[in-house]
Design a protein around this ligand. Structure first.
Ligand code: GYE
Length: 341
């Protein structure tokens, strides 16, 4: 099993690399040729030379809903501090209207770059257009928004559909291709919830014996994850073979609900979740979680690197994906000390 999971992680890594090759290199190449042949494109050269100390960056964060988010915020703040970037950071408490207000205030303050992690996918066109009209480049971090490509410079973050597929494949392996599954969905309308939902289904279509009997949002939090799992147990009880949670925090909340109900998480109800935060490794060591699919929150270094490039007029890929693995209980004790979040 240990060997199998390592091989699995390597295979996924290779797959990701080939994906990166197709998605980033192709669109960047033709665009890069244009300024080279155009001598009038000198202003970019004048601006080149901005350093991290010159940068003023506005960051519209979602909130503090999960261990993942805390690690993500910490990575952004620590990197700004390390590089000497002036960071204006806003916590929207998971509300889109607060994120929109924050972006408008960054525009008013004429920051150099805006970073935003859109809580949901839709409803961003107006405010993104305002940033564009003000000449302020916008970088999507962690989550995508459903807007035309010209409204943002780049998206830095994970392939959530692929995470859903990996979770589905791991679940099929753990259940031997058969079982009744309940699903804790992330924040309704968010990119990771939408994509982890569809990726998982895509992977399990091959297994007619696997059935999703209930699916409801736990908003990516422990408290809601616990509450919704309690409701699932009330309705379906012993019928439930497995839980797929869109993040570790909801899985950890659900583990409590399952124990309080008198069943054994990880045994009576198998659990696969996403993020690979430390809490998930601890749960795997205790035998209460069967797999976690990694989603890397440590985006600070890549974000500021992109921000500087963008301000200096350098070409960047439209999508910069993060590299991620899949982890099983056999590796948990060995890997826990190396985990940074
Ligand atoms: O999986 C979840 C967090 O957007 C990838 O948001 C992120 C998700 C992450 O609340 O734990």
């Amino acid at each position: 099993m240990n060997v199998r999971s390592v091989l699995y992680a390597i295979l996924i890594g290779a797959l990701m690399l080939s994906l990166v090759g197709c998605t980033t290199v192709a669109p960047a190449a033709p665009a890069a040729e244009a300024p080279a042949g155009d001598q009038a494109a000198a202003p970019a050269a004048e601006m080149a030379g901005k350093t991290f100390e010159d940068l003023v960056v506005g960051y519209a964060q979602i909130g503090a809903e999960s261990e993942w988010r805390t690690a993500n915020t910490q990575s952004i703040k620590a990197e700004a501090e390390r590089l000497g970037v002036e960071l204006k950071f806003s916590d929207a408490q998971q509300k889109q209207e607060n994120q929109i207000k924050a972006i408008r205030s960054f525009i008013a303050q004429q920051v150099d770059v805006i970073g935003v992690s859109p809580v949901v996918e839709t409803g961003w066109e107006t405010v993104f257009q305002e940033a564009k009209d003000a000449g302020i480049p916008l970088i999507l971090v962690d989550r995508r928004a459903a807007v035309p490509e010209e409204l943002y410079v780049t998206y830095l973050g994970s392939d959530f559909v692929e995470e859903g597929r990996r979770a589905g494949q791991a679940m099929a392996d753990i259940l031997g291709g058969e079982g009744k599954i309940v699903e804790l969905v992330g924040t309704v309308g968010s990119a990771p919830a939408n994509d982890r939902y569809s990726g998982f289904r895509e992977a399990i279509t091959e297994y007619p014996g696997m059935e999703i009997i209930a699916s409801q949002s736990g908003d990516f939090t422990r408290a809601k994850g616990k509450e919704v799992m309690e409701a699932f147990l009330k309705s379906y009880g012993d019928e439930i073979d497995a839980l797929y949670a869109h993040n570790d925090d909801m899985a950890i909340g659900a583990i409590q609900a399952i124990e309080e109900y008198g069943l054994k998480p990880g045994e009576d109800i198998k659990i696969v979740s996403v993020d690979a935060v430390r809490g998930a490794f601890e749960a795997m060591i205790e035998g209460k979680l069967n797999c976690t699919v990694e989603c890397n929150p440590l985006l600070g270094p890549q974000f500021f690197d992109l921000a500087l490039k963008v301000v200096n007029g350098e070409e960047v890929a439209k999508w910069v994906p993060s590299e991620e693995g899949v982890y099983f209980p056999e590796q948990a004790a060995e890997l826990l000390p190396t985990r940074q979040y």
